[in-house]
Design a protein around this ligand. Structure first.
Ligand code: PGA
Length: 245
């Protein structure tokens, strides 16, 4: 299998600082089979620029109502968003997104006709204990986050993002090890949760220097890129590698 159908998700996190910078970055990052996830504030302006890439939100709440500061899946949909990243480790770590909350968000995203991109990943404390410990942690996350949420219209997208591999402090995972975890995730979704043929992406310190190593592996259905997606030249190189150029 070639790399061309592998999905690349650009997670800009809480960057850049201005709308003009977001607009410029979006212009340089507009490729097919690419999903751009700007901060909520720049969704509108990025949508105006994109011709080929799809638009993603980095988070959402699960309903409209008297919830100051939140944004609902339906509101995102009306902005032209098609994907929503749910359960990123930074949300879990800094904003109290528990598995129960993530499960509610996943269901709301599906109900609104949007496509969730579920992030799972273990801490270094767990990984230090070995692969079996990491696998059982991830199995638990998947079971809880996806409870009652198998009514997906499209293939489920899961990103395996070991927390310890996320930049800037991250140590890069070895592609061969990442594949072991991805294989486990696919088997688990298939056999335990009845979710057939999920797309499972890898994320964590992927740059233009190591992207080819991950993309070369058939089990990896794509990449979620953080830091390197905010550097237009670096991102372009990653897309070229994905496109086999
Ligand atoms: P990174 O971020 O590529 O900068 O490690 C990935 C992510 O956390 O989404």
């Amino acid at each position: 299998m070639g790399n061309s159908n592998k999905l690349i998700v650009a997670n800009w996190k809480c960057y850049p600082e201005t709308a003009a910078q977001a607009k410029a970055l979006a212009k340089d990052s507009d490729w097919s089979d690419v999903v751009i996830a700007p901060s909520t504030s720049f969704l509108g302006i990025v949508k105006l620029v994109l011709r080929k890439s799809a638009l993603a939100a980095q988070n959402c709440y699960w309903t409209e109502g008297a919830f100051t500061g939140e944004v609902s899946p339906k509101q995102l949909k009306s902005l032209g968003v098609t994907y929503v990243i749910i359960g990123h480790s930074e949300r879990r770590q800094f904003f109290g997104d528990t598995d129960l909350i993530i499960n509610k968000k996943i269901k709301a995203v599906i109900a609104a006709g949007l496509q969730p991109i579920l992030c799972v990943g273990e801490s270094w404390l767990i990984r230090k204990e070995g692969l079996p410990a990491a696998k059982s942690f991830i199995a638990n996350q998947l079971s809880q986050d996806l409870k009652g949420a198998s009514n997906l219209k499209r293939k489920l997208i899961v990103v395996y993002e070991p927390i310890w591999a996320i930049s800037p402090k991250g140590r890069v995972d070895r592609p061969a090890d990442a594949v072991l975890m991805l294989g486990f995730i696919k088997d688990f979704l298939n056999s335990k949760l009845g979710i057939k043929n999920p797309r499972v992406l890898y994320g964590g310190s992927v740059t233009s220097r190591n992207a080819a190593d991950f993309l070369a592996l058939g089990e990896i259905d794509g990449l979620l890129v953080g830091g390197a997606s905010r550097n237009a030249a670096d991102f372009k190189k990653i897309i070229r590698l994905r496109n086999g150029k």
